[in-house]
Design a protein around this ligand. Sequence first.
Ligand SMILES: Cc1ncc(COP(=O)(O)O)c(C=O)c1O
Length: 399
Amino acid sequence: MTQLADRTKLIKPSVTLAIAAKAGKLRAEGIDIVNFSAGEPDFDTPERIKAAAVEALRKGMTKYTDVKGIEPLREAITEKYRREYGLSYRKEDVLVSCGAKHSLYNVLQAVINPGDEVVIPSPYWVSYSDMALLAGGVPKLIPTGEATGFRMKPAELDAALTPRTRVVMLNSPCNPTGACYDRDELLAIAQVLEKHSCLILADDIYDKIVYDGFAVHNLVALCPGLRDRTILINGVSKSYAMTGWRIGYALGPADVIAAAGKIQSQSTSNPTSFAQAGALEAIRGPQDELPIMVREFAKRRDTIVSLMNGIPGIHCLKPQGAFYVFPNVIGLFGKKSTAGKQLQTPCDVADYLLEEAKVAAVPGEDFGSQEHIRFSYATSLEDIEKGCKRIQEAVAKLG
Ligand SMILES: Cc1ncc(COP(=O)(O)O)c(C=O)c1O
């Protein structure tokens, strides 16, 4: 056996990708799986964006670019933040990376020293804690639940912050819960953060995917006093259906951005040249596709929430953003499958649903929950109806 580095033992492979792979394998065997596990829009990337990348390739944009990303793209990102949130960043304050995941990774590598605490409201996106561990940090979770709509209270944040806190992760709208902080809630959180000296990573990747007229607020715009300590993370994956293109970015204090860029320069170098051309078109071009996609997601959200709540033992909140629901399944714990297995954890329930209902969803454990399962509704209405019917039938078979 090869002796591997200790850091490989700190982390686990992404459970989301593992479930997607298991579902994919069953599908390849000819089994009709309804897949609620994918964390990506099922829409295709808009044609204008594809055309921009093709054009870039034709024109010979096939070489290395500036490690930090091409200037026009970094400028377009600063213009976007000026237009949408009234924030003025310079192109030097922007680092374009291979997806927002990579942006988060680079920034955490740039700011965490061994033993530094990384405060993470839970449930959280699976990669936050593992990325913190890989950087030598210590994840410190703040549990939240249905009672507060999966939003942490300012006092809970206050209690979690210590002199060892280096970073606080914020993610609104949140993956996996879809929870969003409104203006007053974000302001109250900002007021707690102002009393401390930690850095804040605001992962705003779902900021364009909100429903019922929810008004998204930007932490730095709301509280300019936090600007020197906040790194904004965003990308094109979710808003423009560009997950495979791998373009994300960070905006923040020039020294953090330069350090993260140095790390990027010794690992991936620049993100793919022509994907940057596509991202530039995505951000600068007409924004007509987004509201169409969001309207469609809203219909699906309403459908899946109502169908889930019709299944005995499952309780589902209606989220205001992103494209996930995170129903509570403790009502199914203690019940027995036809094969005689007692369901005791979200993993048991997800496994049962995959085996019995041929429905793939991601168990809550790796998101920090012992009670929930994540369903992505970035799939057709038809599949949502079919999948929920199958879940209902499978649940009815439990003894
Ligand atoms: C909360 C959150 N942040 C970041 C990412 C990473 O997105 P990408 O690397 O595709 O830009 C995801 C993807 O699922 C996410 O859900």
